[in-house]
Design a protein around this ligand. Structure first.
Ligand code: CU
Length: 115
């Protein structure tokens, strides 16, 4: 009798977890290395939140996207997760703001928000 009660009480928890999983934002992976991001261009849909998952293949780089007020370091050996709510359509540039060598000034990429 006791065992059955535990099983029943567990059901809403499982359903709740499934609901959360369905709602969680899509991940967009971008890797950085001297002196480029890969992929250099990412397309997302307006008003559909995503999480940028940033990694570095060589050294510390920066990720700055002024149009959405985002900036973070990208540190080798770890994933840097940055939530992004793309609430305006257009083409937006992000770039490296941590000096990383002779090609640093040209290290940038684009996020296109469709909608
Ligand atoms: Cu740089």
């Amino acid at each position: 009798m006791k065992r059955r009660a535990v099983l029943l009480s567990g059901l809403p928890l499982v359903a709740g977890a499934a609901h959360l999983a369905a709602q969680s934002p899509a991940e967009v992976r971008i890797s950085a290395r001297k002196f480029e991001y890969h992929p250099p261009k990412v397309t997302v849909k307006r008003n559909q939140p995503v999480v940028l998952v940033l990694t570095s293949e060589d050294r510390i780089h920066g990720f700055k996207m002024p149009d959405f007020g985002l900036r973070t370091d990208i540190v080798p050996g770890q994933e840097t997760r940055v939530p992004l709510m793309p609430d305006k359509a257009g083409s937006f540039t992000f770039f490296c703001d941590v000096f990383c060598g002779d090609g640093h000034e040209d290290m940038d990429g684009t996020i296109v928000v469709e909608g």
